[in-house]
Design a protein around this ligand. Structure first.
Ligand SMILES: Nc1nc2c(ncn2[C@@H]2O[C@H](COP(=O)(O)OP(=O)(O)OP(=O)(O)O)[C@@H](O)[C@H]2O)c(=O)[nH]1
Ligand SMILES: [Mg+2]
Length: 452
């Protein structure tokens, strides 16, 4: 799988994010990278892995910038090709001029993820690492960043390889026994194989279950604040954000749309969503907002159900209660009593739930602590998880192949048994390096951001 199967033209992209900044990095990879760097800098040589301060010139011989130039020679680079990186001053303006000159010298703009794709095709990394890189770019919590860093070091690959080796061992045993097919197979041997397989399949199943619905672990869990109008949902969003983001008023139905904002809580970054108060309404716009609120209850990872201590329990509260009770088995729920600074008129016992008491006018610390406890719990057991749908699908297929192998094993039909174990081996191996790539790879790498 060396270079000859795909293009080795030279690609260029901005590797840092766009906007204002102290430096921008422009990355060039491919067989002309060094030649382009020489023309741009008028320097004939660069020492690999050394930083060289150099002026860059445009096609009219005018200076673009003074840049730090880093050369990584093939194959000892991220992509496995010659790479030159230019560290330029400031934000995109200078970088765009430099990219324009590099394009003029024969490079082309890289597709999203193309650097990583080349690294994969040149055997510089396997797919588990490539996927970890893609996720790391958007990681929203320290925990998820740490896990991805471990996967970058090859931890998931090691886990998968161990499972595959065990399957290969089982297959080898089966192949040996096929030679004894004419004689009666000792029951104990078959039983041992079945036990080993069951253990393996359970381990895969556990990993798969831990990995499902984990999007929030990487991209930030979504926490919806819901309740009837005027209970203080927008006030709570503002308190958590520590600034007046949403309009707050004593008029019921103030918030019409959902409002989403990120906040950092302990080591977690979460997305807090303020919603329109749920009630019976004839107002066309308000009704749409209420539909959004109900959808948000389904879409969120955690629900904060807010009630108002200063008013009596009414039919709107009752509706909220019935909606959230339905969701309770699906996701964590925090039942919160707001406005505890005001005289109590709400019969808390009717909620039949543990209640966290706050006042947006005084303190919401109790709620922050309850949220933190849930978030910490949601991060438990994430030592070894699959990070993409692709990986989860592969493990599902592997488990399926293993499950299909039990019946023939029990019947002593070892050829059929071997067939399924072979299939399981093929499946699990494709986590790090699939057999047939092109379409799947194009799809996968196109989800990367530009410059990676
Ligand atoms: N005394 C007291 N008043 C509060 C508290 N929290 C909110 N309020 C007041 O309650 C009223 C409603 O607050 P909002 O935050 O707009 O309520 P909401 O739930 O977003 O209402 P809708 O957007 O209409 O659904 C405002 O007048 C707030 O100032 C609190 O803890 N104590
Ligand atoms: Mg509101």
């Amino acid at each position: 799988m060396k270079n000859q199967f795909f293009q080795t033209d030279t690609i260029v992209a901005l590797a840092t994010s766009r906007g204002r900044g102290a430096i921008s990095i422009v990355r060039v990879s491919g067989s002309d990278a060094l030649a382009i760097a020489s023309k741009l800098t008028k320097k004939s040589t660069f020492t690999p892995r050394h930083a060289t301060l150099s002026q860059l010139f445009d096609r009219n011989n005018e200076i673009i910038d003074e840049a730090l130039v880093l050369y990584f020679n093939a194959p000892k680079s991220f992509t496995g090709e010659d790479i030159v990186e230019f560290q330029l001053h400031g934000g995109d303006a200078v970088a765009m001029v430099a990219i324009d000159e590099i394009l003029n010298l024969g490079a082309r703009v890289a597709h999203p993820g193309e650097f990583t794709k080349r690294a994969f095709l040149n055997n510089k990394l396997d797919l588990t690492k490539a996927e970890a890189i893609a996720k790391l770019i958007d990681a929203k919590s320290k925990e998820s960043a740490k896990l991805l860093a471990r996967q970058l070091k090859g931890e998931l690959k090691k886990f998968v390889d161990a499972q595959r080796d065990e399957l290969v061992r089982i297959l080898a045993n089966s192949e040996v026994m096929i030679d004894y097919a004419d004689e009666d197979l000792p029951d104990e041997l078959l039983k041992n194989l079945e036990d080993s397989l069951k253990k393996l399949s359970n381990e895969l199943l556990k990993t798969k279950q831990l990995s499902e619905n984990r999007d929030g672990f990487f991209s930030g869990y979504k926490v919806a604040i819901v309740g009837k109008p005027n209970v203080g949902k927008s006030s709570l969003l503002n308190s958590l954000l520590a600034y007046e983001r949403a309009i707050v008023s004593e008029i019921e139905g103030t918030t019409r749309d959902t409002i989403e904002e990120y906040i950092v809580l302990g080591e977690h970054t979460i997305k807090i969503v303020d919603t329109a108060g749920i009630r019976e309404s004839e107002d066309r716009i308000e009704k749409i907002g209420i539909e959004y609120s109900k959808r948000m209850i389904e879409d969120s990872d955690i629900i904060i159900a807010l009630f108002d201590n200063s008013r009596e329990f009414d039919k709107n509260d009752e509706e909220i209660l019935s909606i959230i009770k339905k969701e309770k088995s699906q996701k964590p729920l925090i039942v919160v009593m707001n406005k505890t600074d005001l005289e109590n008129r709400f019969n808390e016992a009717l909620l039949e739930e543990e209640v966290v008491k706050i006042s947006c006018k005084e303190s919401v610390l109790a709620l922050k602590n309850a949220l933190l406890k849930i978030l910490d719990k949601m991060h438990e057991g994430s030592e070894q998880i699959l990070i993409s749908k692709r990986q989860i699908d592969i493990v599902s297929r592997t488990i399926e192949s293993i499950n299909n192998s039990f019946a023939p094993l029990r019947r002593g039909e070892l050829e059929i048994f071997s067939f399924y174990i072979n299939e399981a081996i093929g499946n699990i191996s494709s986590i790090s390096r699939p057999y047939e790539h092109s379409q799947m790879l194009d799809e996968m790498f196109s989800n990367f951001c530009l410059g990676k």
